[in-house]
Design a protein around this ligand. Structure first.
Ligand SMILES: Nc1nc2c(ncn2[C@@H]2O[C@H](COP(=O)(O)OP(=O)(O)OP(=O)(O)O)[C@@H](O)[C@H]2O)c(=O)[nH]1
Ligand SMILES: [Mg+2]
Ligand SMILES: [Zn+2]
Length: 371
């Protein structure tokens, strides 16, 4: 049908239509620019300007005596309140977007989402999967000698990382507590994960005076610098149980200036700062390529209901390749499972018993979905 109708048009008509379509496309494209989603407030988002539109909008000409109309110039690295086109997937902090700013209103409109390199998601309290943060490079799993580390929680985060496409980094904070009273349990825990091939670092925020801070051989004093090196130019999330020092670490890593945010369109009535789920705190607010920290309070209570038992075992990197040797294909890997290759490996001392136990616990949790 379309073909037949097209043939009835003269070549001249077709050319004219194409030209019209192209010019409207061009004027849209001219207004588009790159941006990064910095925070999320329900239907509104904050977007930082990371490139300027190819055609800068001209401010209106004001006649003598006329009141100055509202005009928000588009300036690189400014942050704008935006709405997103309704046909876009749900956007998250860290998303790279194409968007247009309207200087007459001070509001922007997100037109497109760029492909994501990673996506951390979690089920909300209605068990609907929500994006938490996009394009995260590293999830720092923070634990400490006090409150005592929970290996089950660490394993859970490792599964989450594996599934989200994010690299885990184990951070044993409050390492100053180890100096006076070596806590073998916590130190062993870190060593166990390092043996599995995970990156790990010892940190201390409250470095006591008796520890020589500038001694290059002092592992504890060096900790924050090691951490900085790992997360340099990266987008990072901090996760871990309450009281391990996530906020302390974040404060130590971010220069004062990065934490105050300057948001355009405060003139609007919609300036409520309440229900933010996560916010990107850049290491350098003038250059987002330097990376930063995505502060997400919600990540602590991380459910894994959206994952299948297969997803979960693939996050146990040393166990996943063994499972194919279990006698039964539907082996549940519980302690009394006949011919379970994982328990065989435990007996031989090549894998840790607690890892197999955690695997089973998490698989059962994923299998008994609450909905
Ligand atoms: N000794 C010691 N104490 C620390 C260190 N880092 C943090 N703390 C203390 O641990 C307590 C908890 O630190 P926070 O940074 O609030 O912990 P958090 O992980 O953000 O806790 P939530 O916000 O509840 O999840 C505070 O009293 C800090 O002063 C450290 O490296 N060594
Ligand atoms: Mg905190
Ligand atoms: Zn098995």
């Amino acid at each position: 049908m379309a073909l037949i109708r097209q043939r009835k048009l003269t070549h001249q008509q077709i050319r004219r239509i194409e030209k019209q379509q192209k010019s409207s496309q061009d004027s849209n494209d001219d207004a588009l620019m790159d941006g990064v989603v910095m925070a999320h407030y329900g239907k509104q988002l904050e977007v930082q300007v990371t490139s300027l539109p190819s055609k800068t909008p001209e401010p209106p000409v004001v006649e003598d005596g006329d009141p100055e109309p509202f005009w928000q110039p588009i300036v690189i690295n400014d942050i704008w309140r935006c709405h997103a086109r309704t046909n876009l997937p749900m956007l998250a902090t860290g998303d790279n977007v194409r968007w247009a700013a309207d200087p007459n209103t001070g509001f922007g409109r997100i037109e497109a989402m760029q492909p994501r390199v990673s996506l951390v998601q979690r089920p909300d309290r209605y068990h609907k999967l929500k994006p938490v943060a996009a394009n995260i490079d590293i999830l720092a799993i923070v634990f400490a000698p006090l409150p005592a580390a929970a290996p089950t929680l660490i394993d859970r985060y490792l599964v989450v990382c594996h599934h989200a496409g994010v690299r885990p980094l184990l951070v044993l904070n409050k390492s100053d507590l180890l100096a006076n009273e070596p806590n073998t349990e916590t130190a062993t825990l870190l060593a166990d994960y390092a043996k599995l091939g995970y990156d790990s670092v010892l940190t201390s925020v409250d470095c006591p005076e008796n520890i020589a801070k500038d001694d290059p051989n002092n592992e504890i004093a060096r900790g924050l610098d090691d951490l900085k090196r790992y997360i340099d130019k990266k987008l990072v999330i901090f996760a871990g149980q309450s009281g391990v020092g996530k906020s302390s670490l974040i404060n130590a890593l971010l220069p004062e200036s990065a934490q105050s945010v300057n948001v355009i369109s405060e003139n609007s009535q919609l300036g409520q700062h309440t229900t933010t789920t996560s916010r990107l705190l850049p290491f350098d607010p003038q250059d987002l390529t330097q990376g930063g920290i995505v502060d997400t309070p919600g990540i602590r209570e991380y459910g894994i209901w959206h994952l299948t038992p297969e997803d979960i075992i693939s996050g146990f990197i040393e166990l996943a390749p063994l499972a194919k040797d279990c006698r039964f294909r539907d082996c549940r890997h519980t302690k009394n499972s006949k011919g379970c290759a994982l328990w065989q490996a435990v007996a031989e001392g090549t894998v840790l018993e607690r890892r197999v136990e955690n695997l089973v616990t998490l698989q059962i949790e994923a299998d008994t979905k609450p909905y």
